[in-house]
Design a protein around this ligand. Structure first.
Ligand SMILES: Nc1ncnc2c1ncn2[C@@H]1O[C@H](COP(=O)(O)OP(=O)(O)OP(=O)(O)O)[C@@H](O)[C@H]1O
Ligand SMILES: [Mg+2]
Length: 278
């Protein structure tokens, strides 16, 4: 599989900060993967995403050691606008990228900045609005829609740019459990239909783990675990790090002395299936 992200020996320290936010990070991501990044607050997750979308080093200055490539472009040597054509980035808070008078204008914003012809903008906006299921709110103002709908508008806006890689920073943090589940199903659907690569920073691993190809766990600016979710979650050391390990995985670890599991169940239904078999 071709690599879409390649991070080699990467250390970054924000200007004015007394210690690096990331230390010797190595990570490569194949095209088409869904990668979940987890770790306690302040461990460097958003910094890692900013290094992939080019905000670091182009908007945040600091000490930059090592290399970051996106689709074979060296991020530090290409303009942020070139990186933005490869990477769709949805901020931790969608309010940061929704500010026009209507949903439709918001989705069109990035395309207008690219200077695309009117017809193409219209066609791409309609396509993205359709894809995210937000047609009925296309003419509403941002203050009239829910947080879940705002997330969808932000995602539509970046997908209209036709990126290869979609990056979401804690997309469910403002959402109730049902809207969160709904959003994650949409992300999976977008991945499947558009053949997107997806990187998601997320605390609610119970929602993400069932769709993830890979789980990366960070602590204190370093990558501690990087592997298939079932393998990573199988390590009991993870329980002490402050990562939102799914309750069903915690329960399985507790029961391990008494029951033998064929493999680590990641969802309640997998758990029930194995108990029934036993
Ligand atoms: N603009 C900045 N200038 C200086 N230091 C920063 C800046 N942004 C983040 N940091 C520091 O870098 C470290 C990593 O922060 P980062 O925001 O990447 O963590 P995070 O894992 O995304 O946390 P959270 O889960 O709270 O969003 C923290 O120590 C933080 O204080
Ligand atoms: Mg963050």
């Amino acid at each position: 599989m071709p690599k879409i992200v390649e991070i080699k020996g990467f250390t970054f320290q924000y200007a004015g900060s007394s210690q690096p936010a990331l230390t010797d990070v190595n990570l490569s991501i194949d095209e088409g993967e869904i990668v979940v990044i987890a770790g306690p607050s302040g461990c460097g997750k958003s910094t890692l995403l900013r290094s992939v979308n080019g905000l670091i080093p182009h908007m945040y200055s600091g000490t930059y050691i090592g290399e970051v490539y996106v689709n074979n472009l060296k991020v530090s040597e290409h303009k942020i606008s070139d990186i933005a054509k490869q990477v769709g980035y949805v901020f931790q808070n969608p309010e940061n990228q929704i500010f026009m008078f209507s949903v439709e204008r918001d989705v069109a914003f990035g395309l207008e900045n690219l200077g695309l012809p009117r017809d193409e903008i219209k066609q791409r906006v309609d396509w993205a609005i359709d894809l995210l299921g937000i047609k009925e709110i296309a003419h509403r103002a941002p203050h009239e829609i829910s947080d879940g709908q705002k997330q969808r508008v932000a995602i539509a806006g970046v997908l209209a740019m036709k990126p290869k890689l979609l990056i979401l920073d804690e997309p469910t943090s403002l959402l109730d459990p049902l809207s969160a589940l709904d959003l994650i199903s949409t992300v999976k659907h977008l991945h499947d239909t558009l053949k997107l690569t997806v990187i998601v920073v997320e605390h609610r691993l119970d929602l993400l783990v069932p769709i993830a190809d890979r789980l990366v766990v960070m602590e204190n600016g370093r990558i501690l675990y990087n592997g298939r979710p079932r393998d990573v979650l199988g390590d009991e050391g993870l329980l002490t790090i402050g990562v939102g390990v799914p309750s069903i995985v915690r329960l399985t670890h507790l029961l391990r002395g008494d029951c033998s599991f064929k493999h680590l169940p990641l969802t309640p239904s997998e758990f029930v299936e194995q108990i029934n078999e036993a």
